[in-house]
Design a protein around this ligand. Sequence first.
Ligand code: SAM
Length: 245
Amino acid sequence: MNREKISRIAHTHHPIKAPLDDDSVRELLERGISRPDARVLDLGCGGGEWLLRALSAHPRLRAEGVDVSRDALGRADEAAVGLGVRDRLVLHHGSAADFAPTRPYDLVLSVGASHAFGGLVPTLAAAREHLAPGGRVLVGDGFWENEPSPEAVEMLGDFAGLATTVERVTADGWTPVHGHVSTRRELDDYEWTCWGTLAAWALDHPDEPDSGEALATAAARRLEWLRSYRDCFGFLCLVLRRTSD
Ligand SMILES: C[S@@+](CC[C@H](N)C(=O)[O-])C[C@H]1O[C@@H](n2cnc3c(N)ncnc32)[C@H](O)[C@@H]1O
């Protein structure tokens, strides 16, 4: 069973691929969108869920998304048609680090995709390249809520604590104008929903060739979360402006 299929099924009921509920996503977008006709770019857009919500809420907004996953971009395309926003959305297949647009953006988003750039500060450097004067960045990344186990670092990458993470961002010339730390409920909902949905799919499709593997994957991933990182992983979103341009 390939990773795309696992991810597609697991995120059926949690299309935002990050531990945030719908109200948090709405609030972050509203803080990031500074004008009704904003041009918005999402680096690592996945299924385009952030952009689709921004486009639906703002009829004059235009959006572009970049992702390496054709499967995810295909779903973004289909959903945009269904919502009647396809004419205001451009999707680019390729590496976010190589994306070379011709015009700047009022809001650059990158949530849960910092690995594409090699970390949070390099993600901000890339976002800055694409930012219009006075523009905003909405970035989401992990941090360590508590001392991580070696397995957690191996699995998720080497984050810092919350204060150090924010200090690194401000030292890089950014001012947070809004922030959101995922709640225990958001973090738990995300994991229970993803692995529960995958497990339920397996139970509902016993005759599918992938059914047994899906059930085993859901069980393994749930256990990894509970044993290795539930007690130490946190998730932070920041809406940022340049402190001085
Ligand atoms: C955790 S998902 C987050 C998706 C989306 N931002 C969201 O919050 O729903 C990370 C996304 O980054 C994409 N990705 C990984 N490496 C990438 C790269 N080098 N360039 C562009 N996208 C990349 C993956 O395909 C995936 O869709």
